[in-house]
Write a protein that binds this ligand. Structure first.
Ligand code: CA
Length: 225
């Protein structure tokens, strides 16, 4: 994958770059938010490792501008330890995953490889439909009522899992496992944020919602009754 690292601590940026290069990725590292954003927009990478705490334009600012420009890059944010609010804000702003500092380089590489895998299930049918919501899995396109819906890569993955089995209720833990492929630290808050993001993009303004919360159990996508 082509990876852009935006991290202002030179030593950390160097370690991250080396670890990713060893895993056969093509890496470019920049140390400044505005410069990083510029690079991400002019020569879009597959994935961005984005530190939130940057001088000048900070990570949240970079993220907001990337998503506003409909950048297809997957974004992994780096957050300071214990700063839960930063992580929540980053996910709400369109990040696909996060890693809290300090982290091991092995963990970083594993997360990036999980993020790079496209689609939640390789054997998925190419065209999924629930009510007037259509998903073209291969081309990563979504239409609701004939209008295109722009989703971030991880939002797409969450919706894909739900749309593959309309009416089936997925627990937060299962969604986490299916989408983030993590075997530790099931983070139900992350799932809640992604569902909220999807609702805003898919259901708001529509005649009937398709994404439903099943109390104490989880979430499902089903056509209106
Ligand atoms: Ca920093």
């Amino acid at each position: 994958m082509r990876i852009l690292v935006i991290e202002d601590e030179p030593q950390l940026a160097r370690h991250v770059t080396r670890a990713l290069e060893r895993a056969n990725h093509l890496v470019r590292a920049l140390h400044d938010g505005a410069e990083g954003l510029q690079a991400a927009l002019t020569d879009p990478p597959d994935l961005i490792v984005l530190d939130l705490n940057l001088p000048g334009l900070d990570g949240l600012g970079v993220l907001a501008k990337l998503r506003a420009a409909a950048s297809p890059a997957r974004v992994l944010i780096l957050t300071a330890r214990g700063e839960v609010e930063h992580r929540v804000r980053g996910l709400k702003a369109g990040a696909d995953d996060y890693l809290a500092k300090p982290f091991s380089l092995d963990e970083l590489v594993a997360r990036i490889e999980a993020l790079g895998r496209r689609g939640a299930t390789p054997t998925a049918a190419d065209l999924l439909k629930v009510g007037d919501l259509h998903m073209d899995v291969q081309h990563r396109r979504i239409m609701r009522g004939g209008r295109p819906v722009a989703l971030s890569p991880r939002e797409f993955d969450v919706l894909q899992v739900l749309m593959q089995e309309p009416g089936r209720v997925f627990s937060r833990t299962e969604l986490c496992e299916r989408v983030w492929q993590r075997d530790h630290e099931y983070d139900t808050r992350t799932v809640e944020i992604f569902i909220a993001r999807l609702r805003k993009k898919v259901d708001s303004g529509a005649a009937a919602p398709l994404i439903h919360t099943v109390r104490t159990v989880g979430y499902t996508v089903r056509p209106p009754l």
